[in-house]
Design a protein around this ligand. Structure first.
Ligand code: FAD
Length: 506
């Protein structure tokens, strides 16, 4: 496959810009350097590159125009939705940034079939506020209200509705390919012949091609619409929190209660992170400064002594009688595993943590609590998921591995129960100095080695492409098929070539 040079040849960039300006006008196309600069970076400590031109389309036809020009001239296109860049999206190969945030319509809220159709620029805050009056909510992560729903969900986002066994929040997609072809997935594939058909089914009589666009990071097509699952708010919302003295007990708990369908979702928080969360959410004004000391003075795998080793948050909605009974059952299961209900103590001792849990899990509102953490530096995402029996030793291994190799600041974690505990997600959260380049190099090598060791020793897998590990070459026949699909869809390799996903990363 063609590998694009970086930076792009300036004559080619000029020609592409001229054609884009001619087709779409100055309102949608800019080369102003101050604006280009804002698209040059990433939230990971990786090098920065300027795009040559930024396009903000308003319609699907605009997207088709951009892709046809880029494909004919062979110019890289880096799509972003809200561009928070956590998975290191930026125009490493130069060329066009296609900023989809201006396409921000909620096209349909279908309360009968419980889905909503949105454009890429719809933020999670706007989304939840639009569906709530209809009695619905959406899956939330810890990202702030301005983050696009699409940017998260199509990367198989992990949030507040994942213990129950549902495969993804994405019911269907509309995607534009480099030659301008429009693809719709699931039941909507038949739209051209049967106008008015809905998005209600994820797949039909043909293979489920929706999946090839999930986690593809814009390398196989530009998504212009998404049908997203939405969930009934029901009569009451509840959030029983249980405390455990070991991660193993918490994992067992999540497995049991999700398989018994007692919860919609459960997430376990290590003591370091729920303590940091309390400090962040209180703006640093915690009454007892021993919390700061505890984080700095205690090795993260040690029991903190005066608080549970971890907390498990259980997100529930339903009829009141049902939720009350489920809550009692959760307490019974927790006690059987040596745990205890924590709600009163949490409100009293960790009000900031409770505020975050409540905003997220009862109010179902996106919030900015986590953004404050970015004041601590670059949040580095050591994410692995593994089978329950493997994730328990992985937790200890991971904390020791990262801490002992030198990333001691914020080495803590949260852990989601996925798919009724078939797999358990574990995200360690060390922070890295934003300006210290030597530390960035070290952090990248620690990250790389952690993923490698986790896969080798604990049969773990990771989520999302990171540009750091060569997953395609590790994936055998699957990797081969993926390369063939890429070649067939995007023979000129114009879609997000800066990620180097098919060439093994950077
Ligand atoms: C504070 C914070 C907390 C977070 N917490 C969570 C969490 O709890 N759970 C979780 O799952 N994630 C979490 N994230 C990660 C976040 O959800 C992802 O970074 C997500 O991608 C953000 O969406 P975005 O629109 O900004 O993505 P972008 O950065 O715009 O894009 C992400 C990727 O998708 C591609 N892309 C974007 N738009 C399109 C399109 N229209 N068509 C095709 N490809 C496209 C891009 O090229 C890129 O590769 C968090 C991030 C932050 C900053």
């Amino acid at each position: 496959m063609r590998v694009l040079e970086s930076p792009l040849d300036s004559k080619l960039a000029e020609r592409a810009t001229a054609e884009l300006l001619e087709a779409l006008g100055e309102e949608k196309v800019t080369t102003r350097r101050a604006i280009l600069f804002t698209y040059s970076g990433t939230a990971l400590p990786l090098p920065k590159t300027m795009p040559d031109v930024v396009v903000r389309p308003k319609t699907v036809e605009d997207v088709q125009v951009v892709l046809r020009i880029a494909d004919r001239l062979v110019v890289p296109v880096t799509p972003i939705s809200s561009g928070t860049l956590e998975p290191s999206v930026f125009p490493r190969a130069g060329g066009i940034v296609l900023d989809m945030y201006g396409m921000d319509e909620i096209v349909e809220i279908n309360t009968d079939a419980a889905y909503a159709v949105i454009e890429p620029g719809v933020g999670i805050g706007k989304f939840v506020r639009a569906i709530r009056p209809h009695g619905f909510r959406a899956t939330l992560g810890s990202y702030p209200p301005g983050n696009s729903v699409l940017g998260n969900y199509h990367l198989k986002g992990h949030g507040s509705h994942r213990a129950s066994g549902i495969d993804s929040e994405v019911l269907g997609l509309e995607v534009v390919l480099p030659d301008g072809t429009i693809v719709r997935t699931g039941s909507k594939a038949f739209e051209d012949r049967y106008p008015g058909i809905g998005w209600h089914a994820q797949w039909g009589p043909l293979p489920d091609l929706r999946g090839i666009f999930l986690n593809a990071c814009g390398t196989l097509g530009i998504i212009t619409k998404m049908a997203a699952r939405i969930y009934a708010l029901n009569d009451v919302q509840a959030l029983p929190v249980m405390g455990f003295d070991s991660y193993g007990d918490a994992v067992e708990f999540m497995k049991v209660v999700s398989r018994a369908n007692l919860v919609e979702h459960c997430v376990t928080w290590h003591w370091g992170l729920y303590t940091i969360m309390n400090i962040l959410a209180s703006g640093g004004n915690v009454e007892d400064s021993s919390d700061y000391l505890k984080i700095f003075m205690t090795e993260p795998w040690e029991h903190p002594g005066d608080r549970p080793y971890c907390l498990t948050l259980n997100i529930m909605t339903g009829y009141e009688d049902d939720v009350d009974t489920h809550t009692r059952l959760l307490e019974k299961v927790a006690k059987g595993l040596g745990g205890r209900p924590m709600n009163d103590e949490l409100v009293e001792r960790f009000p900031g943590t409770w505020d975050y849990f409540k905003t997220h899990g009862i109010d179902h509102e996106p919030c900015t609590h986590f953004m404050k953490g970015f004041g601590l530096g670059y949040g580095f995402m050591h994410i692995l998921y593994a089978e329950p029996k493997d994730v328990v030793p992985l937790e200890r291994f991971g904390l020791e591995f990262i801490w002992n190799r030198g990333l001691q600041y914020g080495t803590t974690y949260y852990s989601h129960c996925l798919d009724q505990g078939r797999s358990i997600f574990l995200r360690l959260t060390p922070f890295v100095d934003p300006v210290d380049e030597a530390e960035h190099e070290k952090a990248l090598s620690i990250y790389h080695d952690y993923i490698e060791e986790g896969m080798k020793r604990y049969g773990a897998s990771t989520i999302r492409y990171d540009g750091i590990v060569n997953y395609v070459d590790r994936a055998g026949g699957f990797g081969e098929l993926l390369k063939r699909i890429k070649k067939a869809i995007d023979p000129n390799n114009i879609l997000n070539p800066g990620l180097k996903m098919y060439e093994g990363g950077w």
